[in-house]
Write a protein that binds this ligand. Structure first.
Ligand SMILES: Nc1nc2c(c(=O)[nH]1)N[C@H]1C(S)=C(S)[C@@H](COP(=O)(O)OP(=O)(O)OC[C@H]3O[C@@H](n4cnc5c(=O)[nH]c(N)nc54)[C@H](O)[C@@H]3O)O[C@H]1N2
Ligand SMILES: Nc1nc2c(c(=O)[nH]1)N[C@H]1C(S)=C(S)[C@@H](COP(=O)(O)OP(=O)(O)OC[C@H]3O[C@@H](n4cnc5c(=O)[nH]c(N)nc54)[C@H](O)[C@@H]3O)O[C@H]1N2
Ligand code: SF4
Ligand SMILES: [Mo]
Length: 593
């Protein structure tokens, strides 16, 4: 365990936020600064972390709107747990803090018989597609990104969501595939302003061109893959023109992309934008199939990086729930007690109207978090938590291979940590207690980390991932061989508008600042600050608008965290991965008179 102790630097910690970058932070007791020596952070933090200590926190617990002491709040919680002991109770944890010890609360709630959740509001469908083809979802490590020649930014917006990646993109040929004209797309060597939900068809179009020109890597396909013929059969069901129409990209442009990527060390950086649909798993599996066709896996400077499974290979530390319900379509009304930790379901979950109706019928709702938000407002009991500077933790990242420690750096005057709350409840109800926090951290780290170049990384990145085989049973990549889409015909006419969401610089999902505008293309004839009603099959909402000429004419946009956006979204899950399908809809727009 020596190496772990050596790596814990008493003045450094790691950003806990749900973000690709997992930055290392220096704290001098007053300010937070980006660590200069960390290979990702390189001495700067983002807008959100720069302002982190200034955001207003919840300081005092509240019961039915009245401030109470922490002791009183814990007594109320205990009494309610006793009252609903034999009832149907739900534990829901969001992604407010990505520390591994955040899940320690499961040690109590799972043992007490609470129902947990499965599925995701984020990357679940893409992750499922990757696992089907590759067996495990690993990213292209940073030391390899440096070696790539062409980087394809696909449904991802690194200038906002992954700011520390930007320096690595200099001097590379850049291709951007996005329905929105992002800043990066304006500087890119090629920009494909794709039709929303068109990504699978663009892959088919590119793959057909590659196959027609015999540019595929025959050796790689022969030795490292299964089902290539089935993939070719699948893509040949479509004419080039039909594919071009379905993705909204001219055939010439697709040729241009093939010319740019063939025989190059190409890296696909894929974000959640391509998979906010019920068919999300197909898209990632198809992008993987395209990369495999070109022999891009397991080699320097190339491959496909999505949001990786950062827990892959690590020991699971805590108990899990016996029963779990799918997160995107939870019906809160089925539950007596609902315990929310580090989430804001009244904004983040799809179909807000349904969520609220259920929420109002649940018998007792607890919100355990850092900030005031819509869910806190509608909770019976509010328990303030301490922030990441006042508790022990460790994290891995879905955007790079490094492990980050989060030692406790200061005491907190208010709030309670996840560890302390769990210990309190275990003592009260089971006369039991947890191990020391540091023990769990050691257990986690030692289960799958090694030191490389003086830093701690996940063992899976000791060699370039997939160099020695994929993680499927046969160790081979399995090509996409089917595509079944009941929703496609809904998109074939030109009626209605796509509604996209993308992350904002100043917010982390619904935390911090929230942008409440609806962005619309100039062609619709509205002007800034007019009010419009937006209607979908699932609900409606009124927004103030901003005109945005970076949008396609068939597309509207809100920023993630907009408190009204999910009034419009459907709550059914993706075909695979139990993911929310936030963009599986078209909307109408009306002037508010
Ligand atoms: N500043 C900031 N950073 C964040 C977050 C934040 O809220 N704020 N959130 C964090 C979290 S939780 C996550 S999951 C990551 C996500 O990070 P990203 O993957 O970058 O996520 P988004 O911004 O949702 O979407 C990325 C891009 O997908 C595009 N897009 C939408 N629909 C489609 C489509 O059909 N096809 C294609 N090709 N593109 C499409 C959008 O226009 C957008 O530019 O970011 C993390 N980082
Ligand atoms: N329409 C639409 N909806 C979306 C998305 C989209 O693209 N479009 N994106 C989705 C995505 S990618 C994600 S990841 C989800 C995120 O959705 P959520 O997981 O609900 O994330 P937040 O809205 O940021 O809420 C996080 C909460 O965690 C609390 N918190 C912060 N630190 C701590 C801590 O240390 N301990 C505890 N106990 N609490 C803490 C804060 O008070 C904050 O309220 O939203 C999803 N919702
Ligand atoms: S870029 Fe991401 S990881 Fe880095 S400080 Fe900002 S939110 Fe945290
Ligand atoms: Mo996310």
């Amino acid at each position: 365990m020596e190496f772990i102790n050596k790596k814990i630097n008493p003045d450094k910690t790691t950003c806990p936020l749900d973000c690709y970058d997992g930055c290392e932070i220096e704290f001098d007791g007053q300010d937070l600064k980006g660590s200069k020596t960390h290979p990702v952070t390189r001495g700067y933090l983002c807008y959100k972390m720069d302002k982190f200590l200034k955001y207003q926190r919840i300081k005092t617990p509240r019961y039915k709107g009245e401030e109470v002491s922490l002791e009183e709040a814990l007594d109320i919680l205990s009494a309610k747990l006793k009252e609903f002991k034999d009832g149907n109770n739900l534990f829901l944890k969001g992604s407010g803090n990505l520390g591994k010890l955040q899940s320690i609360t499961k040690e109590f709630f799972a043992r007490f018989g609470f129902v947990g959740t499965k599925g995701s509001l984020c990357d679940g469908s893409g992750d499922a597609g990757i696992k089907e083809g590759r067996g495990a979802n690993l990213l292209v490590p940073l030391y390899e990104v440096k070696n790539s020649e062409v980087v394809v930014i696909w449904g991802r917006n690194p200038e906002v969501t992954n700011t520390h990646l930007s320096p690595l993109l200099k001097d590379k040929k850049i291709i951007v595939i996005d329905p929105y004209r992002t800043n990066l797309s304006k500087k890119a060597d090629l920009f494909l302003q794709i039709k929303p939900r068109g990504d699978l068809f663009l892959v088919f179009l590119l793959a057909r061109i590659i196959y027609m020109q015999q540019l595929e890597d025959e050796d790689f396909i022969e030795n490292r893959c299964e089902g290539f013929e089935d993939f070719i059969e699948l893509i040949e069901e479509y004419h080039l023109k039909q594919l071009s129409k379905l993705c909204g990209i001219d055939i010439d442009k697709a040729w241009e992309m093939v010319d740019l990527i063939s025989d190059k060390k190409t890296l696909f950086l894929v974000g959640i934008g391509v998979q906010k649909y019920i068919t999300g798993h197909y898209v990632l599996r198809a992008i993987d199939s395209l990369a495999t066709m070109l022999g891009l896996f397991g080699k320097s400077g190339s491959g496909v990086s999505f949001l990786s499974d950062s827990s892959y290979g690590f020991k699971k530390l805590f108990k899990d729930f016996q029963k779990r319900v799918t997160l995107p379509n939870i019906d809160f009304s089925k539950f007596d007690m609902v315990f929310i930790q580090g989430a804001n379901p009244l904004v983040s979950m799809p179909s807000t109207k349904k969520v609220k109706e259920g929420w109002d019928k649940a018998k007792f709702r607890v919100y355990f978090g850092l900030y005031e938000n819509e869910s806190a407002k509608e909770a019976d009991l509010i328990l303030p938590v301490v922030d990441f500077l006042s508790k022990e933790d460790v994290r891995a990242s879905y955007g790079h291979e490094f492990i980050g420690f989060m030692p406790k750096l200061r005491d907190s005057k208010s709030g309670i940590s996840e560890y302390e709350l769990t210990n309190f409840l275990l003592k009260k109800f089971f006369d039991d207690k947890l191990k020391d926090e540091k023990e769990y951290i050691k257990e986690f780290v030692s289960s799958n980390s090694i030191e490389k170049d003086g830093l701690l990384i996940s063992k899976n990145y000791r060699d370039t991932p997939y160099k020695n085989g994929f993680f499927t049973e046969s160790k081979k990549f399995i090509f996409l061989d089917e595509y079944d889409d009941d929703f496609l015909e809904d998109y074939e006419d030109d009626e209605g508008y796509y509604l996209l969401t993308r992350k904002d610089k100043k917010s982390l999902n619904s935390s911090f600042f929230s942008d409440e505008y609806l962005y619309i293309p100039p062609i619709l004839g509205f002007s800034d600050d007019e009010e419009v009603r937006v209607i979908s099959d699932y609900g409606e909402a009124i927004f103030k608008i901003k005109i945005d000429k970076n949008l396609r004419n068939d597309t509207l946009l809100t920023k993630t965290g907009n408190p009204k956006q999910n009034y419009l979204t459907p709550n059914f899950c993706s075909i695979e991965g139990d993911n929310a399908s936030f963009q599986e809809l078209k909307v109408r727009i009306e002037k508010v008179l």
